[in-house]
Design a binder for this molecule. Structure first.
Ligand SMILES: O=P(O)(O)OC[C@H]1O[C@H](OP(=O)(O)OP(=O)(O)O)[C@H](O)[C@@H]1O
Ligand SMILES: NC(=O)CC[C@H](N)C(=O)O
Ligand SMILES: [Mg+2]
Length: 505
């Protein structure tokens, strides 16, 4: 999952893009970048690291201009530890395009070859986002032969992109001297929304972002989500036009956004994420009631951060007491999206600390939003026992994660998933050392989300049920990415660290 943002204004945008990226930091911790457009000149700064580490005062000063885009990266393809694969990406023709992508293409290898042989375009990284940028650039070139780039041309190009590209994509692309294009894949797997604001001088400014929290946090009015397959063009005068570009759009938003990825204070496709997590707690409470003897449970505890709303609702429904037994170190980021198992494992202990006073002599029910590789829960159960818990039960607000995700969450192989070999809840309990484990049912997940927005009839639940909504994912593809991703990534420490300056706050 990455975070993308674009801002078009009549005032400088550098500081506000930085602020927006801070609000999207939970979507990607590996790299960050901002590109601004000043007249016909792009300025860009991007590097590995958190937003606060990447941007120094001198970088910010260089990012002049009243429009720009930003990106925080959580890699799914290509090299995880490369400055060159951090975004935004740039191509100089046609016009000069600065580009940021959230999602994952499932035909990037075929497209790379096709781009080289048919379109004579060279891809110089292993990032699927560079591939998508070049497909877009190629289609823009084709539709603008003897024409000036405008909304109509941009939409025609997006139609062609939909035909060639498979997978998930939410994109912002800034064209030098022309305007901003944003678009979403025909299944609407990854989120993207847009909003506006009227400045003190009366001018209208626009923001496009992965999540509504950036707009709310920065005083913009959320207009709406881009619909699946829809594109938005905003010209340099600030005139915005939208167009449905897909032949058969379908709304299949990613269920994992609601379970874990997105911020609870965002609303995606009409579903408030916090509300969805409470609802998941209601359904999970029903399953816990069926599977466990409630009289045995003394206390319900969340695993900070993401499981809190679910755990609170579950405790309330079951009339059980709710306590915080784990204290989170606020300076350690999200462990699931860290690169590499060793760092993830070490970080769980650094991030969470158990308070014996809440555990001694008690039977505890620990609630997490998901158990994916089992890294967190294995450590957590051990810590609960070390702190004096008698019995340790575990509940997950997501069903068993059994299949690779190919749409933007970095879990490409079954082998790395604790339930990838089809383990039952009892078998998982043995592996993580719990007395019992209860998973949300698949229907519980689907119903909870559907209740929140009945107009959406199918969510992308592929990592839970193995059904890939784009219909283009083959066994051969899954085998290929499993192999490719098994390659050890280059260590982040190998990169140039640059000179230290004061971060901008
Ligand atoms: O089974 P695993 O592979 O360990 O993955 C699942 C865990 O990872 C996430 O936490 P994370 O620390 O990333 O973020 P959070 O603070 O938002 O809960 C998620 O909330 C689970 O706790
Ligand atoms: N999670 C994402 O959206 C990743 C974007 C892109 N596939 C990359 O690996 O950089
Ligand atoms: Mg967690």
């Amino acid at each position: 999952m990455c975070g993308i943002v674009a801002l078009l204004s009549n005032e400088p945008v550098n500081q506000r893009l930085y602020d927006a990226l801070l609000l999207l930091q939970h979507r990607g911790q590996d790299a960050a970048g901002i590109a601004t457009l000043d007249g016909l000149h792009f300025h860009i700064h991007k590097a590995m690291g958190l937003v606060t580490d990447v941007f120094r005062t001198r970088n910010m000063r260089d990012l002049t201009g009243n429009m720009g885009i930003g990106h925080v990266r959580y890699p799914t393809q290509g090299c995880a530890s490369s400055n060159q694969e951090s975004q935004p990406f740039y191509v100089n023709a046609p016009y000069g395009i600065m580009f940021a992508h959230n999602g994952n293409l499932t035909n990037a290898a075929e497209l790379t070859q096709e781009l080289y042989e048919m379109d004579h375009r060279h891809i110089n990284t292993t990032s699927d986002s560079e591939v998508l940028l070049n497909v877009l650039a190629n289609e823009i070139s084709r539709v603008t032969v003897n024409k000036r780039l405008n909304a109509e041309c941009a939409f025609a190009a997006v139609r062609e992109v939909h035909k060639r590209v498979q997978g998930s994509y939410a994109v912002v692309a800034l064209f030098a001297g022309k305007g901003l294009l944003a678009f979403r894949d025909p299944h609407g797997i990854r989120p993207i929304c847009f909003g506006s604001n009227t400045t003190e001088s009366g001018a209208k400014e626009w923001m496009v972002s992965s999540e509504s929290v950036t707009m709310i946090g920065m005083g913009f009015k959320v207009e709406r989500d881009l619909a699946p397959g829809e594109a938005l063009w905003i010209d340099l005068e600030g005139n915005a036009t939208t167009c449905q570009c897909a032949e058969h759009p379908e709304s299949n938003p990613c269920a994992f956004e609601y379970v874990y990825f997105a911020r609870p204070d965002s609303t995606i496709d009409g579903i408030n994420v916090y509300g969805a997590r409470l609802r998941l707690g209601e359904y999970l409470a029903e399953t816990v009631k069926e599977k466990l003897d409630l009289s045995e449970i003394d206390v319900v505890m969340p695993i900070p951060d993401s499981s809190r709303p679910c755990a609170q609702e579950l405790a309330a429904r079951l009339n059980l007491s709710y306590r915080e037994g784990f204290i989170k170190n606020r300076y350690v980021g999200r462990t699931f999206i860290m690169p590499g198992q060793a760092i993830r494992k070490k970080s769980v202990r650094q991030k969470l600390n158990a308070m014996p006073v809440e555990f001694e002599g008690k039977n505890v029910l620990l609630v997490d939003d998901s158990i994916v590789r089992g890294t967190t829960m294995t450590e957590i159960v051990r810590m609960a026992r070390e702190s004096g818990a008698k019995k340790v039960f575990v509940a997950s607000s997501a069903p068993r994660v059994m299949y690779p995700n190919v749409y933007g969450i970095d879990m490409p192989t079954k082998a790395e998933l604790i339930c990838g070999d089809g383990k039952s809840a009892e078998e998982v309990a043995k592996v993580i050392g719990a007395d019992a484990v209860v998973f949300q049912t698949l229907d519980g997940l689907k119903n909870a989300l559907h209740d929140m927005n009945p107009s959406i009839t199918r969510f992308d639940c592929s990592c839970f049920d193995g059904e890939y909504v784009t219909g283009t994912v083959t066994e051969e593809y899954l085998a290929r990415i499993g192999g490719a991703n098994a390659k050890p990534a280059k260590k982040a420490d190998d990169e140039d660290e640059g000179e230290a300056e004061q971060p901008v706050s």
